[in-house]
Design a binder for this molecule. Structure first.
Ligand code: MG
Length: 301
């Protein structure tokens, strides 16, 4: 039985009929934040409850990268290839410099502590955009229980000035986020507080002059489950995580198909030597599948 479930004809042009869904490693508790380092031929990802970042490479399999990781969650790379990490435990976003030292990008807004930065993306101007839901301070499982001081906002940190701005303030719990390949759109998942009637959708914003956001309509409602992390491919399709695997959503909001994964998926990223391997963090395991399309490479603008 195939784990590819096509729902629209276009889906077959993005997947490979005979590519396996491979489980690369398992035994973790809640893996998240995959990021590909092509120059090191490896993937980094967080194992949040175990307070560590792990490294996977085809040559050496799983090895430790950082432990403790301050209950890290989402990871990405900036325009200079440096690792950018969301940390629940320290309630901050950090950058790992090329020499290994750690720079704090953001830990407060208007004098109050951030909640627990969840996922992060770097725009072509170097600005760091991240979501700040409360999940990492809601229990002692994925961080440390603490009082919430700020609403669950989306923030942008300017690359030059370091100024932090709340750019989206009307979310229940913003989670995964991704720009379209031309950076004219920003997609942000809202996963709410995980109650029955909470939002389980992805909203889309138009990105204008000086990165001003307008719009914000519901772009797609995920079923089953909700969207956590997501990435965009070179054709502009959005690949969000979902309760039954990874979904493929066309730029017009139609679901084209699904990759069915045996465990609840938290996040994905494109990588591999050709850039068309989809790495999937799913509860206790790391999976990968090769696709017929690469991840988006966003040009400077
Ligand atoms: Mg997330």
């Amino acid at each position: 039985m195939s784990f590819f479930a096509a729902e629209e004809p276009e889906f077959s042009t993005f997947v490979l009929g005979n590519a396996p869904l491979k489980k690369l490693a398992g035994g973790f508790d809640w893996v998240e934040g995959p990021v590909w380092f092509g120059d090191h031929d490896c993937l980094l990802f967080s194992d949040i409850p175990n307070n560590r970042i792990l490294r996977w490479s085809p040559a050496t399999g799983i090895t430790p990268f950082r432990e403790p990781s301050n209950f890290s969650n989402g990871n990405t790379r900036d325009r200079e290839g440096r690792l950018v990490t969301c940390e629940h435990g320290t309630r901050r976003v950090t950058r790992t410099e090329h020499d290994g030292t750690i720079t704090v990008i953001a830990d407060r807004f208007e004098g109050k502590r951030l909640n627990s930065p969840n996922d992060v993306v770097v725009a072509s101007d170097g600005a760091i955009w991240f979501t700040d839901p409360h999940y990492g301070i809601a229990s002692d499982y994925e961080g440390t229980r603490a009082e919430q001081e700020l609403p669950c906002n989306v923030y942008r940190v300017d690359a030059l000035s370091g100024e932090i701005r709340a750019v989206l303030t009307d979310f229940h719990c913003p989670n995964g986020l991704a720009f379209s390949p031309d950076e004219k759109r920003l997609y942000v998942a809202d996963t709410g507080r995980m109650f029955q009637d909470d939002p389980r959708h992805i909203r889309v914003f138009d990105v204008g002059v000086d990165w001003a956001l307008t719009g914000g309509r519901v772009f797609h409602t995920i079923s089953p489950g909700c969207a956590d992390g997501m990435r965009v491919d070179a054709a502009g399709n959005l690949w969000p995580s979902a309760g039954d695997g990874v979904h493929c959503i066309a730029p017009d909001g139609r679901r084209l198909g699904r990759i069915l994964v045996p465990e609840t998926v938290s996040n994905i990223c494109f990588g591999g030597r050709q850039g068309h391997r989809l790495f999937i963090t799913a509860t206790t395991s790391l999976y990968a599948v090769s696709l017929a399309i690469r991840g988006a490479v966003r040009p400077a603008r």
